[in-house]
Design a protein around this ligand. Structure first.
Ligand SMILES: C[S@@+](CC[C@H](N)C(=O)[O-])C[C@H]1O[C@@H](n2cnc3c(N)ncnc32)[C@H](O)[C@@H]1O
Length: 222
């Protein structure tokens, strides 16, 4: 099994822990501040068709669905998809699908806003380029991509957080943490974030969200 397959296996096997993780205080803060920023943005963009790639158990979907006409979530973890589908089975505006971010099951220009929350982009390892190009394809011209990732300052917290949930870090090289169990997680500088987004045709800036993370709202320039 290669590293990508092991990472997918990890996200599938650990879906229960993902729903209620005992997060270090700094990550609770990251969640809270990110949710506040995203809510504020959707309050001023009502009635959008939105997609969250790597939607996990639906944390962000819960934040944005009051403001959207349609909310789609996609994830490659079968167990997270099953859970999130059940969670929103009575919500006609929410649709959850299984799929890999490198090859998304949606049409060109289908969405007004796309989201890559809570360092999902940092979990993509060799799939970052394919993923950002896919987001560029499915978000309409002039549409928005909201994203957040770990900053260069997150290293200590990553090591502590992974140890606290029983993961063994095997390597931390070029800003990427590898664990024996399969989880891979990358940190980024502001310049790296902006360079990656531009590969997908997105224009904009990243700014600090918390001391450990960057947040950006990018416009699709295609
Ligand atoms: C850090 S979690 C974020 C979950 C959720 N977005 C949140 O903010 O709470 C990353 C998510 O991305 C998903 N993921 C990672 N690589 C993926 C890929 N190649 N395609 C689709 N989903 C992926 C994982 O299964 C996991 O649910």
């Amino acid at each position: 099994m290669n590293l990508e397959q092991r990472a997918k296996e990890w996200w599938t096997q650990n879906h229960e822990m993902m729903r209620d993780p005992a997060l270090p205080h700094e990550l609770d803060r990251y969640h809270a501040v990110e949710e506040k920023r995203i809510r504020k943005l959707f309050e001023s963009h009502l009635g959008m068709r939105a997609i969250e790639a790597g939607c996990g158990h639906g944390r962000i979907i819960e934040v944005i669905r009051p403001y959207c006409c349609e909310v789609h979530g996609v994830d490659y973890s079968d167990s997270l998809v099953a859970y999130t589908k059940r969670r929103y089975k009575d919500c006609s505006e929410v649709s959850i699908r299984g799929g890999d971010i490198e090859s998304l099951p949606y049409h060109d220009d289908e969405f007004d806003i796309g989201i890559l929350a809570f360092n999902t982009f940092g979990n993509l390892y060799t799939k970052k380029e394919g993923a950002i190009k896919e987001m560029g394809r499915i978000i309409r011209p002039g549409g928005l991509l909201i994203m957040s990732v770990y900053s260069e300052e997150a290293k200590r917290m990553q090591h502590e957080a992974y140890a606290s949930i029983g993961l063994k870090v095997t390597k931390d090289e070029k800003g990427i943490v590898y664990t024996e169990e399969g989880l891979i997680s990358q940190r980024f500088s502001k310049m790296e974030v902006e360079a990656w987004m531009s590969i997908g045709g997105f224009i904009g800036h990243a700014e600090p969200l918390t001391p450990l993370s960057y947040f950006g709202v990018f416009r699709n320039g295609k």
